[in-house]
Design a protein around this ligand. Sequence first.
Ligand SMILES: NC(=O)c1ccc[n+]([C@@H]2O[C@H](COP(=O)([O-])OP(=O)(O)OC[C@H]3O[C@@H](n4cnc5c(N)ncnc54)[C@H](OP(=O)(O)O)[C@@H]3O)[C@@H](O)[C@H]2O)c1
Length: 340
Amino acid sequence: MTDTPTTGRRFVLAARPDGLPKESDFRLEEVAIGAPGPGQILTRNHYVSLDPAIRGWLDDRPSYLPPVALGDAVRASTVGTVIASGVDRFKPGDWVMGLNAIEEYSLVTPNAYMHPIDVSQVPSPTLYLSAMGAVGLTAWFGVSEVMQPQAGQTLLVSGAAGAVGSCVGQLAKLRGTRVVGIAGGADKCRKLIDHFGFDAAIDYRGKDVEALSADIAAACPEGIDLVYENVGGICLDATLLHINHYARIILCGLISEYNGESYGARNIWQLIVKTATMRGYLVSEFVDRFPEGSKAIAALIAEGKLRFDEHVEKGIDNAYPAFMRLFDGSNRGKMILDLS
Ligand SMILES: NC(=O)c1ccc[n+]([C@@H]2O[C@H](COP(=O)([O-])OP(=O)(O)OC[C@H]3O[C@@H](n4cnc5c(N)ncnc54)[C@H](OP(=O)(O)O)[C@@H]3O)[C@@H](O)[C@H]2O)c1
C-alpha cells in the first residue's frame, strides 16, 4: 500500500468530565500508524457516529460497556475502508463499519460489531451510521418488537425531532398510531408535523412540569397509551401524569440526565395508580437481527415512507463541538463527523 500515511490523529479522553464535558476533557493526539499483524486490520475511518451514549462511556461507572480509559481514543461507531488486513474476511478496499473509536486510522482486532458493508446500493455510506445503523435499528426494533403500537392508541415520544425519536414517530404512524412528539423549540416542533408527519408537537423549552403537563393534556385528550422515552427529567415526569391504565413506557434514553443533573421521576407513583409498565430497552438485545432491521429500514426509505435526516460536521478538529451539539439541541438530525 503506497499511499498510507505514517501518522493519524485521534480524539483522546484526557480527563473524566464532571457534568457537561469541557473541551479540556479531550485532546487531539497524533500517533504513528502501525501495520496490521495476524488477526488485525488497518482502517481509514471516513465517518464517525456521535451518539449521546458516548457521554455515558466517559464516566467510570458500571454500564453495558466498560468506560473509555483515560488516554484512549473515545469510543464511537465508524464507517471506513480497509487499508491493509491480516484477517481473511476483510480485504483492502472493503468498506467496513463497527464499534471503534474517534480516530483517523484504526489498527484493530475486529470485534463482533465490526463487519464489511456494501455501499454500492446506498446514496451515502453515512446511512450505515444513521438510518441503517444503531439509531435506525433502535427505532425499528423499539417499535416493531418492544412497543408494537396499534391503530387507535396514542404514543408520546420525547426527543422527538432527533435521530431515534423522529424515526420512532414515523414508524408508529405507519401502523396507524396517533403520535405526539416533545422537542426543543418552535422550529423542531414545526418540523415534527410538516416534515415527519406527527399529529401534534409540544415544545418543552422554558417550561416546568406544570406547564408541560398542561400542554400534554391539550395534545393528548384521550390520554397516553404508549411512551417512548428518550429524555427523562421533566419530560418523563409531566408525561407520567397523563398515562392511561395499562400504559407501557419504553425507556430508551435519559439524555437530560447524562451530564450529571440527576432528576429522578417524581411521578413514578403513577405507574401504580395506572397499573402501568416501564421497560428498559437496549438495541443490542436484537444484535442477531440487525441485518433484517437495516434491510427493513432501507426499504421504507426507498419507498419514500420514512425520512431520516443527517447532520454532518467536518474534521476531527470539530469532534468536540460536534459532540456537544447533542446536548444543546443544535444538531439537526443524526450527528455524524466526516473525517474523509
Ligand atoms: N437504548 C438504546 O439502545 C439507545 C440507542 C440509541 C440511542 N438511545 C438514546 O436515544 C436518545 C436519542 O438519541 P439520538 O442519537 O437520537 O440523539 P438526537 O435525538 O439526535 O440528539 C439529541 C437530542 O436530545 C435533546 N436533548 C439534549 N439535551 C436535552 C435535555 N437536557 N432535555 C431535553 N432534551 C434534550 C436535543 O433535542 P431538543 O432540541 O429537542 O432538546 C438533542 O438534539 C438518547 O437518550 C440516547 O441515549 C438509546
